[in-house]
Design a protein around this ligand. Structure first.
Ligand code: IFM
Length: 469
């Protein structure tokens, strides 16, 4: 087994971020790791939520998931065979700090040592995300994201992770999709911890923003040459039907979805439509703590939204796209042009390098009689969306990398295991992994880009190649 100590050569070779355009894949701990009660891991809010009847489709849980905790070496080999440059995963906060603060859990920390070392040995750059929705239940018991003290707990957790892995990992994201876990978890009650309350939502938004800034500072102190950012959704919010009610609903929804986090984090103020609701929780100095400089913007984008008016606390919810707009098997509209426009808009507004940290599609994948998975829908989707990204790059957007969601079929939150997003099919009964046709397609795309880079490099000066890649 390669350990943190035994691979110092690999570490030396790879301890700075990879340059050039990165092709990768993303996952998150709760969705793939399993081993929910092994080696001292504490409960997360999602473990508890899954145990509540009727919360998750078919009563599915994260107890076993893809058993990645035990099968990570096989999963890294799949990534290496695909030719991935980079892999984004998240750390399970309750695995490394079972009650969210206090004494660290060495077996939990050692798991991520093994994973990081295996990735480096396969020449794959690890990207760590600190938080992908699995809050330690013990912290939720004392208010979770509604408790302002969480900014300090999160900063301590970030420092622990930075100190432990920062010799080998340079890319860190604070949060994945803060708009989703706050809106769905505290606004609509669709995700853990299952709350639907306006004050809870606004407190959670502000405390997540404070925690982001505190973690950025902690990572910068703990890790030399660190490269930090956060991962946000940005999706145009169109109206489901013409008319003033849906139009107002779409505008309101967009503030919570697109602006509630990037705005304060980059511009040191809340969007005007949110300022009054946040005001009761704001203290002097907060905005400066939130708006810490970052090195890049992580973008998750799958589709535009079609929003309609509703009686929920936002007065807005998801509506249906027009009949002529094609949809994926999970019902999400397929509009690659909206992805291109989002990238260009992001570039114009934020002026930092962009990494697409999630893009992909669910599809009703099945093993055929030869034991293969011919997921043509996914290939068509990924081709259309990567073409759209290339158009944005050609028009000037500073996009530096693209990560498919997801490496593996996995636990899709409230939908349980019913929605398959992976490049690799997982037979959940046996845990057998079968790369789908899309994995071969993606691998060919990466190989073609790489050989184009090499053949250009043979004929033109190095600076010109760097500018291209
Ligand atoms: O599975 C999720 C992921 O956890 C966050 N972004 C969207 C994916 C697909 O729904």
């Amino acid at each position: 087994m390669m350990t943190a100590k035994s691979n110092s050569q690999t570490r030396r070779a790879l301890h700075s971020p990879k340059s050039g355009f990165l092709w990768g894949a993303s996952t998150s701990c709760f969705q793939i790791e399993g081993a929910a009660h092994i080696d001292g891991r504490g409960d997360s809010i999602w473990d508890v939520y899954c145990r509540q009847q009727g919360r998750v489709k078919d009563g599915d849980t994260g107890e076993v998931a893809c058993d990645h905790y035990h099968r990570y070496a096989e999963d890294v080999a799949l990534m290496r065979d695909m030719g991935l440059d980079a892999y984004r995963f998240s750390i399970a906060w309750p695995r490394v700090l079972p009650t969210g603060r206090g004494a660290a859990n060495e077996p939990g920390l050692a798991f991520y040592d093994r994973l990081v070392d295996a990735l480096l040995a396969a020449n794959i750059e690890p990207w760590i995300c600190l938080y992908h929705w699995d809050l330690p239940q013990a912290l939720d018991d004392v208010g979770g994201w509604q408790n302002r003290d969480i900014a300090g707990w999160f900063a301590d957790y970030a420092a622990l992770i930075g100190r432990r892995y920062g010799d080998r990992v340079k890319r860190f994201a604070t949060f994945n999709e803060p708009c989703v876990f706050t809106l769905f978890g505290y606004g609509f009650g669709w995700h853990a911890p299952g709350i639907a309350d306006k004050a809870a939502l606004h407190k959670a938004i502000h405390h997540v923003n404070l925690s982001h800034g505190a973690a950025i500072d902690a990572l910068r102190s703990a890790v030399r040459d660190v490269s930090v950012g956060a991962v946000h959704n940005r999706q145009p919010c169109y109206t489901a039907t013409p008319g003033p009610d849906d139009e107002a609903a779409a505008r309101r929804f967009s503030v919570y979805w697109n602006d509630a986090f990037p705005h304060p984090q980059h511009f040191a103020c809340y969007p005007p439509a949110l300022a009054e609701a946040i005001e009761p929780y704001l203290r002097p100095g907060d905005m400066a703590q939130i708006a810490r400089p970052v090195d890049w913007f992580g973008l998750n984008h799958y589709s535009p939204h079609y929003i309609k008016a509703d009686s929920n606390l936002l007065g807005a919810t998801f509506g249906a796209p027009p009949a002529e707009v094609p949809r994926t098997s999970i019902g999400w509209p397929i509009v690659p042009g909206a992805f291109r426009d989002t990238l260009l808009d992001l570039h114009r507004q934020f002026r930092v390098p962009i990494y697409v940290m999630e893009n992909g599609t669910a599809s009703e994948d099945q093993l055929d009689s030869r034991g293969a998975v011919q997921d043509d829908n996914r290939i068509l989707y990924l081709r259309a969306y990567t073409d759209a990204m290339n158009e944005a790059i050609a028009a000037g957007a500073d996009v530096r990398g693209y990560f498919v969601w997801s490496l593996l079929d996995n636990f899709e939150w409230g939908s349980g295991y019913s929605q398959r997003f992976g490049l690799v099919y997982v037979d959940f009964a046996t845990q057998r992994r079968i790369p789908k046709a899309s994995a071969r397609w993606y691998s060919d795309v990466i190989a073609a880009k790489r050989s184009a880079r090499v053949s250009v490099a043979a004929h033109v000066p190095a600076e010109a190649v760097a500018a291209q890649s």
